[in-house]
Structures are given as structure tokens and as C-alpha cells.
Write a protein that binds this ligand. Sequence first.
Ligand code: ADP
Ligand code: MG
Ligand code: ZN
Length: 487
Amino acid sequence: MDGGFEAVIGLEVHVQLTTRSKMFCACANGYGGEPNARTCPVCLGLPGALPVLNGEAVRAAIRLGLAVGGDVSPCSTFYRKQYVYPDLPKGYQITQGPVAIVEGGHVTLPGDPAVRGAEGRVRAGIVRAHLEEDAGKSTHPAKGARSSVDLNRAGVPLLEIVGAPDLRSAQEASDYLKALHRLVTFLGICDGNLEEGSFRCDANVSVRRAGEPLGTRVEVKNLNSFRFVRQALDYEIARQTALLGRGERFTQETRGWDADKGETRSQRSKEADQDYRYFPEPDLPPLRVTEAEIARVRESMPELPEARQERLRTTHGLTDYEAGMLLQTPEFGAFFEAVAGACGNGKLAANWLLGEVSRTLNDRGCAIQDLGVTPQHLGELIAIVERGVINLKTAKEVVYPGLLAGDGAPAEQVKAKGLAQVTDRTAIEALVRGVLEAHGEQLEAYRGGKVMLRGFFVGQAMKAGKGQVDPRTVNDVVDELLEGKGR
Ligand code: ADP
Ligand code: MG
Ligand code: ZN
């Protein structure tokens, strides 16, 4: 980087857990709906209300801990972190400390060659992952109107994953975030919805001369898209590098990302820990996790996405890129495997899913689970093309749209719409003869040496067969008849 400077980045990722109820009360955990409808004395912070820890959230945290190779603490504890804000009715947030339910762990990443050269894969450390509760949501409308608070989100379970300062560029930070996003969605502990804030992060970044101790960091708060993380960090790295290059000093602060202006803006100087007046939560006992509980969670763990990508690549002869694309969501991956199973050809199934099906999803702006086509039907379609019952063109232009429109199984469509490909050689010979007779002039030219015209005859025959003739047979027959055989 410029003048021997190096960026150092560590992310704090907030993962909303998809439990049925909130972290410390029986209120439903959900998104949207009538403001303040999902509240009770506990999440409203009414005096005397007592929190009860959600076991489902604990098991979700253990899953994450096992997936990143961290230590699941046999005994972790809760803290109160005090601050005053309208969306925080208790006046404090219950979080974990000094011991978190997960301590340590890591994810591996490709590593950004722009800053690391050919160093290869990077082991990005995880310091800890702790359970805590979300705050409510304040809305500040335009001037004049009153602000309002919705506490439906207050008390929703969060798992905060604190990353070590091991990342060296905005690209690496975004790769790290994508890896974690894939992990938590494949573990089934988070819905991964970025727009709704189910997965968001604070990005800490500093700049130093290579080899020197860590520099003063800035925390960019509340980023909820991979692109914003990249843009905010690139901006911040350039800003800090310029300041340090001029020999200027700055203090630790919290900044926000203004997506419209494309810049970070100072919000406040960073609270020192003592500002939060942390103290142990008196209403919750220490959280004890037994070996037996950890073993039960371990048994229920799904195949991890990295291993699954490798398995898809090798068993179906795919590229690493294709295997990765097929695992864009757990549902997409499951759909692919079902189609591959149904047609017995993973490569063809991958082509269809990353081609036609992805186009449909993009056009409709929907997810695979809303496609309205079963993997069995898609598999059957691929299989009948392979068997030569219909050709690929008919599959793409008639039968696949028919599946989307609910026209019934591929075999039924072929029957009902009369799509079966003509493979009968006598019929195709008659067809090709007809084409040659109809184009006497071109035939003359061909015999005179214009051999390029062979393709023209094939095209005409395919057209005459309305795309339902077997192209291989057509090619054979055209060659035969042009050479004068069979005449
Ligand atoms: P706090 O809890 O006050 O936010 P932590 O020490 O727990 O502070 O660190 C929070 C995050 O900041 C971690 O993800 C860590 O990797 C990152 N971080 C800490 N120091 C630096 C630094 N000098 N530069 C970049 N990131 C840092
Ligand atoms: Mg922080
Ligand atoms: Zn409640």
C-alpha cells in the first residue's frame, strides 16, 4: 500500500438468531408487524420482570462454536451494559462477559492477493462469540413529525461474533463476512436477511506502517450489505492513510457510512469501557453447558458449506466456482442435489440451475423455493433431453416454460403438446429429400464446390421439422444424400 502503510481490520458481526421466542421472554421473535405488538413486561423492562434464558439460542451459539472450531465454555456469564437510548427500555443491554459461550475459533479465506501476494489462504481468527439481546427500533421522520419507537425487536436474540484484527483489505473483510453469512445460514441459525438487518456488522479499521504495533482504530457502525462494507472500508483506509501520510494524529471514534455521499462521517468519540458501567447481571445465573449437551448439538450438525462445496465439485465434476454458486443459499443447494439425483447427471443439472433457472429467478426477483417447479420435474426434463425424446431447444422454449406455467410433468407435456422428436430415419430422409428438391439452385452450387452450403441444408431440414427432428440423424442424412448415396 501507499508509503508502506497497511490496513488492519476486525469485524464485529451481529447475527439475529431464528429462534421462536425472544432471548429472555416468551414473545414471538419475528420481523415487522404492528409496532409494539410483540412485547411483554420482560422486554419492555418493567420493574420486577425477570429474564429467563432461551435454550434454543444457546444451542444455536454452540452450533456456531463447533463450526468455527472454537471452545464452547462450560460456564459463561452475563453482564449488564448500561446506556440511555429510547429504543432500550431497560436502560441496559444484557450481553455476555467476561466469559462468552464461545471462545476462539477461525474461518479460512482465500486471502487478497493485492495485499498478500501469493500467500494463499488466510486463517481469520474469531476472538469470541457471545449471546446478547437486540434493541428496539427508533424512527425519526422528516422535520416536524414526532419520532417513534417500535420495541418488537427489543430482546430478539443476537449472537455477536467478534473477529480478530486479522483482515488486511476491504476485499478480505467482505470475503470474511460472506463466509460467516454462508455459515450461519447453512447452520440454520439465522435467516441471513441483510435488508431486514438479520445479519449486520461494525467494521473496525486502522492503518499502520507494516511491522509496527496496531494503530488508532475507527469503528464504522451498522453496515448491512457486503458492498457497503467494501466501500466504507476502502474510503476509511484511504482517509486514514492520507492523514497518517501528512503526519496527522487522530483519536479513536465511531463513524457512520453515508451510502448516498459515499463517505464515512464522525458520530461520536468512542466510549471508554467504564462509560458502560458493566456489572454482572444479577437476574441470570451463570450459563452452564455440559459435555452431553455439546455432543447432542454435534450430532445434529449439518454438513458445513466448505465441505459441501468440495463434495459437489468432486462428485459431479464441477468447477469450484460452479459448486460455490450452487451453494448460494441452503435451499438452492438442496434443490440442485435433488435435481441431480432425479436426472442422474450433476453437470447437466448444474447447467440448468445456473442457466435457465437462475435467469427465471432474476427476472422474477424470487428465491428457488418460490419457483413453483419441483426438482423431480426438472430432473425428468433433463433426462428426456438426454434420451433424445425432445431436443434442448424444445426443452428450453416449450417444456420448461410449461413447467413454470403449471402445465404438468414433462412426459405429459410432450404427449399433450405433441413434442416428441422424430427420430425415425425414413421420415427424416423424406424430409431432407424434400428440402434438397425445394432448393435446386443451392444444390447445384453445392455440387459446383460451395461446400459451405451443407449447413444451410441442415438448417432448412431442422426448420421443416419444426425443431422436433433429431439433429444427429438430420446431419447424417444430409451428408448421405449430398454424397449422392440413396439417390
Ligand atoms: P470493543 O469491545 O471496545 O469494541 P474490542 O477490543 O473487543 O473492542 O475489539 C472490537 C473489534 O475491533 C474486534 O473485532 C477487533 O478485531 C477490532 N480491533 C481492535 N483493535 C483494532 C485495531 N487497532 N485496528 C483494527 N481493528 C481492531
Ligand atoms: Mg465494538
Ligand atoms: Zn417480551
